[in-house]
Every structure is written in C-alpha cells, then in structure tokens.
Write a protein that binds this ligand. Structure first.
Ligand code: MN
Ligand code: MN
Length: 319
C-alpha cells in the first residue's frame, strides 16, 4: 500500500507550473524531518562544478533539473511501472559544497552521502559535474568495492590535468579504481567517442580490466545487446550507475560542457536506462547538465526523464 505522504503532487490537483519545484514534485524531506526514517530512495542535488576543466555551469544543474522534473508524471509510459508506489521516494535537498575549495567540497560531499548511507537511503543524485561522483563512491564503497555501469562519451579515466592535478571531471573513475572503490572487472563504460588527448585512459582501462564499449560498437550491436552485456558484467552484486548527459548526442542534449557529436538519440538515452532493470543498483547519478548552455531547457528535461527511468530501474530491483 503506497504511503500517501510520499506521493508526488499530481498535475490533476495542482498545475505543474504552480508550487515549489522539488524533484518530481516529491515531498522535501531534509535531515531533521519526522518522516526521514521512512525514506527509501532519496533524490539529491549536488550543485558543484569545481572539477570542470573547460565550459562551466553544472553547478546550476540541480535547480533546473528540479524545475523541469515537475513535468514527470507518476507512471512510466513504456513499462507501466509506478515507482512512487513501490518505494518511498523524497527530495532530500542539496549537498552544500564550498565553491572556492575543491578538497573541502569533496569532504563535505563524502560526509553528506555517508550520512545518507547510514540512514539506509539509496541516493539518486543530480549533479554537478562528473567529479561529484567520486565523493559519493567514497561514502558508499567504504566497506566493499562496487560494480559500475557508466554512460558517457568520455572514459573520465585520465591520470591528471594541468601538471599533476589529480581531481577533475576527467579523472573520477581513475581515482575510484585506485582507491579500491570500484571492482574494475565489474565496470563497463558505454558510448565512448570523440577526439582524445591520447590513449592513456584507454590503456589504463585495458590494463585494469574495465570493459569499454565505444559508440561504433554500441550502434553496430544495438542497445538491447549492449545492455545485456552490461548487466552480465555488473552481475548480481551491488552496482553504481553513473550517467553523464554528454552520452547523448548534442542534437538532443546541447546543454553540457563537453559535448561530442555522433551519439545516441533521446529515445536511446531513455532505452539504455530502462534496460538497467534487473541490476542491483545501490545508487545512481545524472551529471553534467549545464543550464548556461541549455537555452531551451531541453537538456534538463531529458536529464529529468533519464532520472525517472533510473528511478524505475532502482525500484524494480530493491537492494
Ligand atoms: Mn563524464
Ligand atoms: Mn563526458
């Protein structure tokens, strides 16, 4: 029986342009809220882009994703899944970063997600740039490494930028592997494409045993076949899902800092998220939506829709 408190506000009751915009019109349940102990999946904003090496802006992502997510309705159009009836979902608010101190921001974010984990809440996070994923993994994988299904046009596996800077949005998964937060044999990266600095990231992946599925292979095999392999790589053990909006072709998602042409459509972007059903998803994120480059709001709308598909996959497979 669905808990009425955790149901989103319906557009039948209050028009979608009215009211305070929380993620998917869910209740806002911050740390001291009396219903906090009943939350099972928490939608969280991580408004920070201090790891961005080129065009900034994802710090503004959570606010725009909240706004556009008010267009999400309660039922999945393709599968009929009604996620808000299957798990108590709530907007837990934002992580508070320190925009002028990278290491302090990482510490604050790790502490926030360690608290969420201790409460038994599975986080579904809206970034923020892709370095936001590292502190989440530090909090969630402190005891045992996780598997990873990673959608992106970039591997984010480089060693360093700018003569020794180890922490950028191009390095989070390199650090996560080095820190033992991910099991490389249970990691798969999907959609990789575009020009590259060199082959250092791909060589690291090959050496570590990370499966990289480039866009040419993705299109040659199709989403169903690729995602069947991804589910097999992740297996039944706890797995993190990280979704960089630049996985999607910039024709559909121009509002991001590092777009790469020749990518999947918005249909395929939702399809791959839907095909996560069956994976033991402990947490997921959607990162790199950059409102300053998203004049129409269409990128944030796609991002909100991907978050909904990931949420449906999470409720299909309670951890
Ligand atoms: Mn990325
Ligand atoms: Mn990327």
């Amino acid at each position: 029986m669905a808990d009425p408190f955790f149901q989103p506000v319906s557009g039948f009751d209050l028009p979608r342009f009215a009211g305070i915009p929380t993620f998917m019109r869910l209740p806002l349940v911050e740390a001291d809220h009396p219903r906090r102990k009943d939350v099972q999946i928490g939608l969280i904003g991580s408004p920070w882009d201090g790891g961005t090496t080129n065009r900034p802006g994802p710090r503004h992502g959570p606010r725009q994703l909240r706004d556009l997510s008010t267009m999400i309705r309660a039922q999945n159009g393709a599968t009929g899944v009604r996620p808000f009836e299957l798990a108590n979902c709530a907007d837990l608010g934002d992580v508070g970063p320190n925009p002028v101190d990278l290491q302090d921001s990482l510490k604050r974010m790790t502490a926030f997600f360690a608290g969420v984990k201790a409460e038994g809440i599975r986080p579904l996070t809206a970034g923020g740039d892709h370095l936001c994923t590292l502190p989440i993994l530090r909090a969630l994988a402190a005891d045992a490494p996780l598997g990873l299904i990673h959608f992106d046009s970039h591997t984010d596996l480089y060693h360093s930028y700018f003569d020794g800077c180890l922490y950028t949005h191009g390095t989070p998964f390199r650090r996560a592997i080095e820190e033992g937060l991910l099991d490389p044999k249970r990691c798969v990266q999907i959609g990789i494409r575009g020009t590259a600095y060199d082959t250092e990231d791909r060589e690291f992946a090959a050496h570590a045993g990370i499966r990289v599925i480039a866009i040419e292979e993705f299109f040659a095999r199709g989403p169903e076949d690729v995602m069947a392999e991804a589910r097999e790589i992740a297996g039944s053990a706890p797995t993190y899902v990280s979704y960089d909006i630049d996985f999607v072709d910039p024709a559909f998602a121009p509002g991001t800092g590092t777009p790469e042409v020749g990518g999947p459509t918005s249909f395929q972007a939702l399809q791959v998220a839907r095909l996560l059903a069956g994976v033991n998803i402990v947490a997921a994120d959607l990162v790199e939506v950059s409102p300053p480059f998203d004049a129409s709001g269409g990128t944030a709308w796609l991002g909100a829709s991907i978050l909904f598909e990931m949420l449906c996959a999470m409720v299909a497979t309670p951890a």
